[in-house]
Design a protein around this ligand. Sequence first.
Ligand SMILES: [Zn+2]
Length: 699
Amino acid sequence: MGRIAASLNQEPNVPILPSIALTRRKLLQRMGLVGLASPLPFLRAFSYSGLAAEVPEVATVVRNRAPLAANAFHFLPLGSIRPAGWLRSQLQTQASGLSGHLDETWADVGPTNGWLGGKGDSWERGPYFLDGLVPLAWLLDDARLKAKAQRYIDWTLDHQAANGMMGPAANDDWWPRFVMLKVLTQYQELAGDARVIPFMEKYFRYQLGALPARPLRDWGRFRWQDELLSVVWLYNRTGSPYLLDLAHLLRKQGFDWMAAYANFQHTQRITREFLKLNEGNNGLGDLALSTHGVNNGQAVKAGSVWSLVSGEAGDRDAARRMIAELNRYHGLPNGMFSCDEHLAGMDPSQGSELCTVVEYMFSLEHSLAITGDPALGDELEKLAFNALPGTLTDDMWAHQYNQEPNQVECSLHRKPWTTDGPESNLFGLEPNFGCCTANFSQGWPKLVASLFLLSAGQTDGQAEGLVAAVYAPCEVRTVVQGVPVHLVEETGYPFRGAVKITVNPASPVSFPVQLRIPAWAAGTKIWVNGQSMGEQVAGTFARIERLWKAGDRVEIVFPMVPRVSRWFRDSVALERGPLVFSYGIGEDWVKLRDRGMTADWQVFPTSAWNYALNVDEASAAGIAVQEEAIGERPFAARQAPVRLRVKARRVDAWRAEDGAANPLPQSPVASDQPEETITLIPYAAAKLRITAFPQCKTS
Ligand SMILES: [Zn+2]
């Protein structure tokens, strides 16, 4: 039990925390209302007059414009949600690491980058870098990072061609422009720059005219839904009818992901031979691109985003169907599907590319908002709290291209990748290829933007309200039913099960608050101002509708009970809440070479790892759990905030070959080795690890 849960049980009527009262005072200060004898009537008038939209903290949500279908939930304007606690530390570490310094040490996005008018990289790397840098800079309100991002954005906005084309003239590929459009939509919401919307209008008009003669090709053809998001964003703001024509043209020229998954063919490990890469094929054919990991990660949202235009329920539900196929044939215990670089089957020694982790997260964020499906939140949390931090060094100065659930060595040894090179699981500046280097920065900041959403109340006849979609410490300033609402979420989630949300409307207002109850969280309990709301149904949104007054508290306790999940060859993994646990193998970090401000590293094992666990579905709940303080770097091994102690035996026959663990023996396995108690730590904390274990034969 964490501190919040303890105080909940002992003192059901604790007053508003002083820090919250202080923050609310700051909100009033920003609105210039401190010092007034009674600010609340003024606040109401203020918000109803429409002036609230001019205050960034309480900017208005933009809804889908007819004839687009309605979202189940809407994103709050960027900047409405600020990270707090361990999540803020995570973003600060990122800003102090590669994300905040990449342009200083990596020429690809440095002063000669094409998106600054230089002769260097003029393709995706500049926009990729900005796609994470922009939200990171503004969420941290970091002037140094904002100034960096502003240079690329100003160059882009100032150098639009007379016909409307944007970006470096040296490369006319549509694809990197998809990414720059995502950058510009975020930047406009954060900075309110009036140049953005006319710029995008002019570009889209140009593109609509140019696409028939110069259609989408390769990457752009397989990622059309990412541009569609920006087209929808602009249509909701301008209502220009030609944007719907552009939406249809993108769909028509783009690859039909929904049809591909309606009859999913790629159920096996995709090999170089299958793709005929050895026969002069360059990897840009339809077979290679439709089995490419990042493309599939991006495609998970294709159906739900397109459903806004088509209005079809079948499109809307496509994300869930696509995820089911990926999990069934390529699912790994860290929440990812294997993709190294193509879909790679179920063996936990296969890898997953970092770009796919962050793109899959982005797809889940949008699909969750559009469909309101709570299961997508479960998938998103698993990626965010395991696969994302698990493939970055603790200081975020180095990353992998591929991570493995069973990762027993990170070296130049030959590896089992389907098509990737030997450096793929090294930690470094740009192992294998530099896409992830530029692209990974979007993962954490975009998660922040997805923590709370606005329930629409547009088509379902319900009043608009707030939705806790993903749990992490944060603060929210928004407007619900015309009333400014300040909300504070205090929690050690995902390391703890207690979440406390304090709701501070500027004046009493009635609206629903929906709370995602993960599928693993049977037995979750909720209290409002100390009063029990009873047990909740797992895999749904709990709904609390009441007249909210400043200082109202919602307290949730998720049962954080260890549980077993089953993987390749009936192997077992241990999970607790959204965290997956691994055995941390002893690590010897050997520098391969310096890379400017950072370095490339190989990591060699210094201890045995070939354990089978003596655990099953029935006994998992009895596993001893040890909780420690949640520090500045909660995903680092030495500060692991939670550990599991579990019985295990060595399995001599299970070995590594060329730096990769051999395929797991079929469980259950016999072992004549003595029983030991081993400690498991969160997946992300173990950079060398076993996550899917054989299960001991018990008799
Ligand atoms: Zn990548």
